[in-house]
Design a protein around this ligand. Structure first.
Ligand SMILES: [Zn+2]
Length: 143
């Protein structure tokens, strides 16, 4: 039997590096368009609404609601010890949607109602990468 493969890690690019630097500091940061006054995600060099390049990185609340999810019982390579795990879309209070995992709660549908208030927690997975995950709001403290 072979050992499980390591998990793939995000590879920051010039466009995404500020996002990952924020995560490393345990602060969720999103890009904000100074022309249409809206946050957007994923990272890119211009605003997806108005195409302005007048954008900047700002910290956000880390709060949102559970938009939708699937509970995976069939792990991707490297995730064999994590099943079942929830792959979720969280709608951030600032507007954008973000794909993530829900943690800090038993991975069962009855614990994961649509609209559940959630808050970000950060999992340090390497010296340079911390992953933003979400737990039910007020459920506990950072792992
Ligand atoms: Zn804009």
């Amino acid at each position: 039997m072979s050992a499980p493969r390591g998990k793939p890690l995000p590879q920051p690019t010039p466009e995404t590096a500020p996002y990952w630097e924020g995560c490393k500091a345990h602060e969720l940061r999103l890009q904000f368009c100074n022309d249409c006054q809206a946050f957007f995600f994923y990272p890119r060099i211009f605003c997806p609404r108005c195409l302005s390049e007048n954008v900047e990185w700002k910290p956000v609340s880390g709060k949102g609601t559970l938009h939708t999810y699937v509970i995976s019982a069939r792990p991707a390579p490297g995730f064999e010890n994590d099943v079942p795990y929830t792959i979720a879309i969280v709608k951030l209070d600032e507007g954008p949607h973000l794909m993530t995992n829900i943690v800090g709660v038993e991975q069962k549908p009855e614990n994961l109602p649509a609209g559940l208030p959630v808050e970000v927690v950060f999992e340090d997975v390497s010296d340079t990468i911390s992953l933003p995950k979400f737990q039910p709001a007020g459920a506990g403290r950072n792992a």
